[in-house]
Write a protein that binds this ligand. Sequence first.
Ligand SMILES: Nc1nc2c(ncn2[C@@H]2O[C@H](COP(=O)(O)OP(=O)(O)OP(=O)(O)O)[C@@H](O)[C@H]2O)c(=O)[nH]1
Ligand SMILES: [Mg+2]
Ligand SMILES: [Zn+2]
Length: 304
Amino acid sequence: MSELQGLVLKNYNGYYYVQVGEVTYTCKVKGKMKQNRFSLATGDQVLLEPGEQKGACACAYAYEGMIKKVLPRKNFLPRPIMANLDLFVVTFACATPDFSFLLADKLLALAELARIPSILVLNKLDQAPAGLVDEVRAVYEPLGYKVFAISAQSGTGVAALREHLKGKICAFGGPSGVGKSSTINAIDSSVELRTGEVSEKIGRGKHTTRFAQLLPFDEGYIADTPGFGNLLLEGLEPEQAVAAFREFAQYEAGCRFCPCSHTHEPVCGVKEAVAAGHIAASRYESYLAMLEEIRLLKEKEGRK
Ligand SMILES: Nc1nc2c(ncn2[C@@H]2O[C@H](COP(=O)(O)OP(=O)(O)OP(=O)(O)O)[C@@H](O)[C@H]2O)c(=O)[nH]1
Ligand SMILES: [Mg+2]
Ligand SMILES: [Zn+2]
């Protein structure tokens, strides 16, 4: 039987949902592929072997198939696990839960290492503390990260964001409760993703979205993803932390040592740039915190 090429929209309940033209195939993965420990990601392009069509019904899920091969990826984001993205939409709330420079830097770092362009979305503008949006813009816009301040609830800023996402394969990522699903609902009135309250007691979301899924949107796709846990940096090496901060490279000529970790070394161009205010203090603090976290994670892995 002839093979078909399709796009993995989601992985749910042990099945991969693969879009081929107008039809969605419900697929399993061929045993041989599983042995190779090859993980499939939402956004992967795959070759599948169509099975028998079940009954006469031509509804979307009447088609089954077997995935035989994953085609080479343009890029790969480990958390949230996604392949072939044109844009990663790092999403936070201005409040409930509060914005975190460190978490923002971690997510931007993962996209940077995967060479995926990213933007920042600050949702819940209606609850923003005075000055927060300007503070975030001042740190990220000079680095080339676009910042969209929006309210999914009132609709403020949503049109500009929608315009920016058109025609691309985009994934939203961010902590639970920041309004990723709410924002996608506001961008595309034809989708109705489930959203959940933020716990009043702990000020965090309740992990309402359980799996990543790509939704067709204006010649492209938008992916909703679950709010992440804490283990964003697992598997990273300390040198990768340096590479994840795009503004550091231009100051490394001023470092006496090469490579320089920009921590304890005397004469360091990066530390000088921080002291002179050319690199944002919050970014350098995030870098140090990430280095420490990577070190601890490695130590833990080593003990296993
Ligand atoms: N005040 C305010 N609340 C909002 C806004 N957008 C979303 N919310 C609320 O924030 C809560 C969380 O929204 P969700 O869309 O479920 O958040 P999420 O990021 O998808 O969360 P997970 O699926 O758990 O990762 C819901 O109670 C929404 O009604 C907004 O612009 N302003
Ligand atoms: Mg959600
Ligand atoms: Zn240095």
